[in-house]
Design a protein around this ligand. Structure first.
Ligand code: SF4
Ligand code: SF4
Ligand code: SF4
Length: 273
């Protein structure tokens, strides 16, 4: 089955924030009052109740005019996802669409996924049980997997009135991204496609008007090596030798020791220019 991609063409985004509202609406996320950020941006960053944020920056051009840089920020749905690698409970998984989802029933709220996501896209939501005891669950954009199962587009793509968020088969979206890149190069000489190969590509792909760092995106995001060794080698062998529960405890220990590694600079080769 084809995988799918959400293509975010920032050059078409006018910052209307309809995608943010649609995301809250579809996913039944509460509108929590926020401090004024001193700019057009509504929230400082993504959080457990805000899975989709239009980030905003002003950039001065050499001729003194200003560019407004908007970016629809949400989970990248990494093909090699650090959150999935470090979860000691196997609560995070890949779907047939290419999305990465959290099973809330299995999540124990340890927060290792939060510590290790290179994009700061996943957060813990706090809940209170009937005995007034607090507990936590990881929350993030689902790529609207429930809508995909019903043959619907993600809610954010559905409402985007400029075509800045498009959704479709991976090969079609990547071809569209290349086509758009050619079209915008005259206006934005630094334009590039952001689909980092250091994590085998993502299912949220950007056409950026400028270098990733101008949009606070890591140039070369990585899955921590300890997490890779754990998930790909130690866990499968260990489960057969020691059983699932023991390996979950060891996994929690290893996950705790891994740190978020977001390598800035260098390695420009994964961005098509
Ligand atoms: S962006 Fe973060 S939360 Fe989303 S799939 Fe990648 S590692 Fe997981
Ligand atoms: S909080 Fe812990 S258990 Fe829940 S998804 Fe993240 S790593 Fe897994
Ligand atoms: S894909 Fe769905 S969950 Fe993700 S940002 Fe868009 S509306 Fe929100």
């Amino acid at each position: 089955m084809s995988k799918y991609v959400k293509l975010v063409d920032v050059t078409l985004c006018d910052g209307c924030r309809a995608c943010m509202v649609a995301c809250k609406d579809w996913n039944d996320l509460p509108a929590v009052p926020e401090e004024f950020q001193g700019s057009y941006q509504s929230h400082e960053k993504l959080n457990a109740n805000t899975w989709n944020l239009i980030t905003f920056k002003e950039k001065e051009r050499p001729n003194g005019s200003l560019d407004w840089l908007f970016r629809h920020d949400s989970c990248m749905h990494c093909s090699d996802a650090a959150c999935e690698k470090v979860c000691p409970e196997n609560a995070i998984s890949y779907t047939k669409f290419g999305s990465v989802v959290v099973d809330s029933d299995t999540c124990v709220g340890c927060g290792y996924c939060v510590q290790n996501c290179p994009f700061e896209s996943i957060h813990l939501a706090e809940y209170t049980d009937e005995k007034q005891k607090k507990y936590y669950k990881a929350q993030k954009c689902t790529l609207c997997t429930d809508r995909l199962e019903a043959n619907l587009q993600p809610a954010c793509a559905d409402v985007c009135h400029t075509g800045a968020i498009r959704f479709g088969k991976e090969e079609e979206m990547l071809a569209l991204a290349k086509e758009r890149l050619k079209k915008v190069k005259d206006r934005f000489p630094n334009a590039n496609i952001y689909n980092p190969q250091s994590i085998d590509g993502t299912h949220t792909v950007y056409l950026l008007a400028d270098h990733p760092s101008e949009y606070d995106l890591p140039v070369n995001p990585k899955v921590p090596t300890a997490a890779k060794l754990w998930k790909d080698y130690a866990q499968p062998i260990g489960k057969s030798l020691f059983g699932v529960t023991t390996m979950a405890v060891i996994g929690a220990f290893i996950a705790q020791r891994t740190q978020k590694k977001t390598e800035e600079g260098g390695a420009h080769d994964e961005h098509e220019k």
